[in-house]
Design a protein around this ligand. Structure first.
Ligand SMILES: Nc1ncnc2c1ncn2[C@@H]1O[C@H](COP(=O)(O)OP(=O)(O)OP(=O)(O)O)[C@@H](O)[C@H]1O
Length: 587
């Protein structure tokens, strides 16, 4: 299939799934046709009235009819515009909801690219282009064709020579106008792309504003945006130049057409070939011919825009979704050992293996620690457990069943992950503690969980307690408070597999003790996986995996590793001698 056919096919596919209301669209088209018919009749009636006036007669009925047609056409046009807006807004809303749904179903890997934010906002605004084409432009095409063919038909009946003169004038004018209009459309598209790019850059900058300010990188960011802003200025200026030229060109062309028709037409009136009313009708029909031609030019431009938009949306809709797995439920924690068997992994699009033939076992009722210098794949192991990525080789088994065969939601429901940064979502403290949990929780249950996590005291001190709103990224909470909210969530979630990414690293010693006690209670009977940055955290683990270069270079409990793994023994000696040497782990 050719590229053009594919993009038209995509456009059609999107229109079908967005289901514009056929009833409303039909009513809008009918109203637009009524308005076009009124516009078409108006010059003919005006001709009659003018001829009557020229003959010294006044016909109240004709004048009344003329006024009624004018008002009726205007009302029908307004109603059509309103109905089209209704259809358009509904269509955009459905397309956007569909895209958001799709985005939520994409795997984590789809969001690893740098331009994700820009792509998402671009695609969401692309919906407008599809809606514009399906509603306003489709009806414009219909009325445009009707008005143009109707007008030309009527004019030919009135006077063939004058009609050909008129068409020649209008065609000449459009030879200049159409290229300018298409150029303008291209510029509008480039402007949209650049605006989306600038939006992407600024979203990044402001979500990491602390980093920018801490490193006094305002100048660098200003320069980065300045490039886009300058390009937008250049595009805007170009568009303004064309716009500035376009209006006078259209004005001049129409005036020239009127003059030609007047000069030529007056001669025809003098010779008695046509009446003065017919000449008036001709002048009025100039607009009936010019307006649809402008509409058709717009339609061509909007069609190009919608094709571009639909190919971007189509590409997103065709992206592979996260595998949901079979409906098979995961087994219970008691018999569910989580195993990595010969697991290797390279991030999508990269050759380097971050994990290389790993064999790991995480047993129920035990705590397993992952230890290793920074960048050795600890977080990657957690991502594979969460099924954010698929292993390149080997498999993960739970209770002997490959985890890919388990229902994804069921599987993730078994895991509780307390991430290092403990991100929070915008919303109340209550909404954050119960985030993603099915069922209803009473305040008493939420507060009991907060109490166990050592979060009760600071929640009670907040102005609205559980109803206090946490702003974006939880900036009105300290790191330790965010972590305790995340831990409280775990108490309610009650997961079979508990992943702690050094969950107590952000707490002061008093709270740390409190949370550790609570965590110990929480960890009872679960499969606990701890990513440790401080060796003190792993001393009591049942098993420690020491990761180096994507492989396990040592496994065993603390004492076993001290005797079998010289590097581990050296780190322990150094860290327990001098706590300040902790960063050695992050070598
Ligand atoms: N989304 C990604 N795309 C490509 N490479 C990645 C991605 N995430 C991590 N990596 C790379 O994979 C390697 C392992 O990263 P990982 O985050 O698993 O290490 P880590 O042991 O958890 O480090 P740390 O202790 O600093 O958190 C690193 O070299 C990192 O650059």
């Amino acid at each position: 299939m050719s590229g053009a056919a594919t993009s038209y096919g995509l456009l059609w596919r999107l229109l079908r799934v967005a289901r514009p209301s056929v009833g409303q669209l039909g009513a809008a088209a009918t109203m637009a046709l009524v308005s076009a018919a009124g516009t078409l009749c108006f010059p003919l009636l005006a001709r009659r009235v003018v001829d009557q006036l020229a003959a010294g007669k006044t016909d109240a009925l004709s004048i009344g009819l003329l006024a009624a047609i004018l008002v009726g056409a205007a009302l029908a046009s307004a109603l059509s515009a309103y109905l089209l807006a209704c259809v358009g807004h509904g269509l955009v809303a459905r397309l956007r909801a569909m895209l958001v749904d799709k985005l939520l179903k994409l795997p984590v890997a789809a969001f690893d690219q740098d331009s994700t934010g820009e792509r998402v906002s671009r695609v969401l605004s692309d919906c407008d282009a599809i809606s514009e084409l399906a509603t306003k432009q489709a009806v414009n095409l219909l009325t445009g064709v009707l008005l143009l063919s109707g007008s030309v038909g009527v004019l030919l009946m009135l006077d063939v020579r004058l009609t050909l003169t008129l068409l020649g004038c209008v065609a000449g004018a459009f030879c200049v106008v159409i290229p300018l209009a298409l150029l303008l459309e291209g510029l509008a598209r480039s402007t949209q792309d650049r605006t989306a790019k600038l939006g992407g850059i600024l979203t990044h900058v402001f979500s990491e504003i602390r980093l920018v300010k801490a490193f006094t990188a305002e100048g660098r960011e200003r320069a980065r945006s300045a490039e886009e802003i300058e390009e937008l200025r250049r595009l805007g200026l170009k568009a303004s130049k064309i716009n500035a030229a376009l209006e006078p060109v259209i004005g001049l062309a129409l005036t020239a057409a009127i003059i030609v028709i007047l000069v030529y037409g007056t001669g025809r009136v003098s010779s008695g070939a046509i009446s003065i009313g017919t000449l008036t009708a001709f002048i009025l029909y100039i607009f009936n011919v010019a307006a649809p031609l402008i509409q058709l030019t717009n339609f061509a431009a909007e069609l190009q825009k919608a094709r571009g938009a639909s190919s971007r949306i189509g590409a997103l809709l065709d992206e592979r979704e996260e595998e949901q797995g079979a409906a098979r439920a995961a087994c219970d924690a008691q018999d569910g050992t989580l195993e990595f068997r010969g697991v290797s992994f390279a991030y999508p699009g990269q050759e380097r293996r971050v994990l290389d033939g790993l064999d790991l076992a995480f047993r129920p009722g035990t705590t397993t620690a992952l230890v290793g210098a920074s960048g050795n794949g600890k977080t990657t192991i957690l991502s594979l457990i969460e099924r954010f990525y698929q292993p390149s080789e080997g498999e993960l088994l739970y209770g002997g069943v490959p985890i890919g065969q388990l229902g994804l939601a069921d599987w993730r429901g078994k895991i509780g992950y307390v991430a290092q940064g403990a991100p929070v979502m915008p919303g109340s403290v209550r909404a954050n503690i119960t985030y993603g949990l099915p069922g209803l929780y009473t305040d008493a249950m939420v507060l009991a969980a907060a109490d166990k996590a050592g979060a009760l005291a600071f929640i009670e001190q907040m102005p609205q307690g559980l109803d206090t709103l946490l702003i974006e990224q939880g900036n009105n909470l300290s790191g330790g408070q965010r972590q305790r909210i995340a831990i409280a969530r775990m108490f309610l979630r009650n997961p079979a597999i508990l992943i702690l990414d050094e969950a107590t690293s952000n707490l002061d010693s008093e709270t740390e003790h409190q949370v550790k006690t609570a965590l110990e209670a929480l960890m009872q009977g679960r499969t606990n996986i701890v990513v440790a940055h401080r060796l003190a955290t792993v001393v009591h683990a049942d098993c420690i995996y020491f990761l180096e270069g994507g492989k396990v270079s040592g496994a065993g409990n603390h004492h076993e590793l001290i005797s079998s793994h010289p590097y581990y023994a050296r780190l322990v000696a150094r860290q327990f001698q001098n706590v300040s040497e902790r960063p050695a782990m992050h070598g």
